[in-house]
Structures are given as C-alpha cells and as structure tokens.
Design a protein around this ligand. Structure first.
Ligand code: GLU
Length: 267
C-alpha cells in the first residue's frame, strides 16, 4: 500500500491548504519566512507544469492585528470586517512574493452558496479552468464578508476539500500545526503514534479526531477528517502534514512517508 505514496509524483493538479497558525506568528502578524518557503514550493511546482491552487486562511487574524484590536473578534460582523482588512494584506504579500518567482496569482473568494448553486459552481469551474490555461495560480479563501453562519463553511478545511473536488485535483494537501492524524492526542498522550496511511475512513478513524484546534485557527482534526471524507469520496488522495516547514510539500510529492495519507475511494 505504501506504493500509493509513489503515485503522488504523477499528480498534475494539486490543491494546498494552509492554516492560520502556519501562516501567522502568535502576534497575529504574517510569518513571512514561512510564506516565502511556501510560495517557493508552489512556484516550483508551477514551473514543473503542474496546476497549483493555494487555499489560504489568515485573513481574520491578520486584519485583527493590523487594526490593533486586542483579542479575537467575536461577533460575525467584527470577524467579517477583520477578514475584509486582512484579505487584502494577504493578497498583497502573496502577489509580491509569487511575482519574485515570475508567477501570476488570482484571488478567488467562495461561499458555501457558490458550491451549492449549480450555476455558480459551473462559473467557478470555468474561471479556474481559464486560470489554469493561463498558467495562473488561484489563491482561494472563504468570502468571509458575505458568509454568515447558515451559509458559511466556517473553516477552510471543508472549503478546500470542495475546491479540490471542483477543480478535479489529483492531490490535496492540508498543511497544519500537527504532523498528521495520531492514534491519540500527542499533546496529552506520550504513547500517541502518527498514522501514516488511512486506507478507509472508518468510525474508529473519525473517533480519533479530537475537537481541539490550534491557538489561532478554527479547524481542529475533526474538520480535517470531514475534509478527508469529501476528498476521498471525490477520488482524491489527501495528505495532512505539518506546515512548520512548507518544504514538506516537495517531500509529499516525491512520495516520502510524511504526514497522514488518506487513500481515495476506488471506482
Ligand atoms: N477564512 C478565515 C480567514 O481567512 C479562516 C478560516 C479557517 O481558519 O479555517 O481568516
């Protein structure tokens, strides 16, 4: 089964989701060193002729730190305002660093309503396809400004799994602040072991996903399992790995045994 790792080398279209805790420091400001490495990895994949999509979080946290609010915004309208401020900052930084490597980027903001509505879904597919044809790297986030509780994904893990399915990705990578799925919570249990391969998402696997998220991000392991179910159900292999050093992307694609690989459903 570990041979499955080697097949990741052939992935032509790759969606990479990066969480807030990977992209920012505890101050709420961008971790530029890490973003620089992330961008270099993605630019290099694009240079190899692969289609790359980046799903980025971080807008709310970065916006909050920019206006100097202390603590996390609590109300929906506060979060929406912070996202509106932070999203521009995120894009400005991505645009600048990707441009240094000769890559063009595009911003795509989606809501759950866009995924649920056949016409908008098709429009999104058309836009992605045009961008791929032009060799442009789409950078996706939830459209937090208009997404309210009933219609929001609420976390970019779920959003990115839908995006992977929408663009018919060959590989979906989630970079988080944890090495992958463990047999127990590694923060509290020393015996916890990393699970390298999940051939099927059984009820036991779902149970392993604890509710706790990172200090800044929203998604914990349970949203990652939800994302994995969507991805493998759409026939897409998914890897969860630690984004501490985004150079791990290269290792995943080289077929090295890092993080947790969820195998796609066959047929
Ligand atoms: N869309 C939110 C943001 O960019 C992040 C959601 C998440 O962390 O999953 O701030």
């Amino acid at each position: 089964m570990e041979d499955m790792r080697k097949t990741l080398q052939d992935a032509r279209r790759i969606v990479v989701k990066v969480g807030t805790s990977t992209l920012t420091h505890e101050t709420g400001k961008l971790n530029l060193g890490r973003i620089e490495v992330l961008v270099r990895q993605l630019a290099d994949l694009s240079n190899q002729g692969k289609d790359v999509v980046l799903v980025t979080s971080g807008a709310i946290v970065v916006g909050t730190s920019r206006v100097g609010l202390s603590g996390r915004p609590r109300t929906t309208k506060e979060k929406q305002a912070m996202a509106a401020i932070g999203q521009g900052i995120l894009m400005q930084v991505y645009e600048k660093i990707f441009a240094e490597y000769g890559c063009v980027v595009a911003q795509i903001l989606l809501t759950k309503a866009d995924i649920d509505n056949g016409k908008r879904y098709q429009n999104a597919i058309n836009t992605f396809n045009m961008l791929f044809e032009l060799n442009v790297i789409p950078i996706v986030n939830e459209n937090d400004t208009v997404a309210v509780e009933e219609i929001e994904f609420g976390d970019n893990d779920t959003l990115s799994a839908y995006v992977a399915s929408l663009v018919k990705a060959d590989l979906f990578i989630i970079l988080s602040d944890i090495d992958g799925l463990y047999t127990a919570d590694p923060r509290t249990d020393k015996e916890a072991e990393l699970i390298s391969l999940v051939p099927e998402i059984t009820p036991e696997i779902e149970e392993l996903a604890s509710e706790a998220g990172g200090a800044l991000g929203i998604g914990g392991m349970s949203t990652k399992i939800t994302a994995a179910k969507i991805a493998v159900g759409a026939g897409i292999p998914m890897v969860i790995s630690n984004g501490e050093n985004p150079a791990v992307i290269q290792k995943i694609i080289a077929g090295e045994e890092v993080g947790t690989l969820f195998l796609p459903k066959q047929g």
